[in-house]
Design a protein around this ligand. Sequence first.
Ligand SMILES: Cc1ncc(COP(=O)(O)O)c(C=O)c1O
Length: 369
Amino acid sequence: MEYAIDTRCIHGEGHKNADEKCAISYPIYQTASFSHLTPGHNPNGFDYSRESNPTRAYLEETVSSLENAYDTIAYASGMAAISAAFEYFRPGDHILLGEDLYGGVVRLINRVSVKNGYEIEFADTTDPEVLRKKIRPSTRAVYLETPTNPMMRVSDIRAVAKAAHEAGALLIVDNTFMTPYFQQPIREGADLVVHSGTKYLSGHNDTVCGFLCIARPELAETFRILSKTTGATLGPFECWLCLRGLKTLALRMERHRSNAEKVREWLKGCPQVEKIYYAGSGMISFTVASAELALGILKHIRLITFAESLGGTESLLTYPVLQTHPDVPAEQKEKLGITDTLLRLSVGIENPDDIIRDLEQAFRQAAQA
Ligand SMILES: Cc1ncc(COP(=O)(O)O)c(C=O)c1O
């Protein structure tokens, strides 16, 4: 029997008493290594925790179940998962990147992967016809976020997957903002899904982790060898924290979304707000009349915290131009609208009236300054 997604957040694939001691909360197997009975005979299939660990395996199965993936690898951060995805390619491979991406990915491409000799090109993935024109015989992948960070631009995953697959290229989707609760890219045709599990999946602003969800066995084999060898896999305690966070993913996502919709309504009526960018989930970006006002709001918020990151129980306000996107070239930032008047709000699950009251007083004080 296939369980609904909110049930799978709690029970994974539904293996009751998955632990041999029948613990309800899956144990933290805090061990580096596992004993062997005889050479080559290891009864539980675990050798060494860089390669695999029961707590990690339980988390990976749970995330695979949520994302409809064949396999999932849990990494020490979202960037470790994304770096692993990029390790798949070879010199000369052409990779199309969505135009608006988390700044760390742009830094990875410009500062780290540059030595690998990929041909990187940015493309507007929100228009499949424009994208199609950029695809070349050497194109091996299209990589995108939908919605994007921070401008909330949305791509049609199914249409992009079709265009990529016709050219023999992979589609890689960062599903951090929507989570599998709202969007399952593998169902829409994506070959790989990456996550900053630090965000909604763990959900409590207390864990850094990442996931690479893999649609097919042959890709899984390649990435398993890669992760075992390069070794950025997630430690058992963080795996457990993420498992605990996932149990409430469905509840949290419903509340993040309903809170964000209330905050959006308030922002719409606020004369100092110029543009609002919202595409569902708990994330809202907006521009205000001046950089001074944006900085003033950051200074005066009390309940909401001025901090990088998103997707946790606590509301966080971020200044993308300096915090998440400093390494994106200035002209690209300008083109995308990542300016000094843009703020990004990760709406937490506090009482929505308290969030709005905090914004009200911060806007008021910033305007008086
Ligand atoms: C959309 C998105 N993808 C990936 C990352 C990187 O994840 P991590 O910070 O867990 O390495 C982030 C971080 O903010 C992000 O916002």
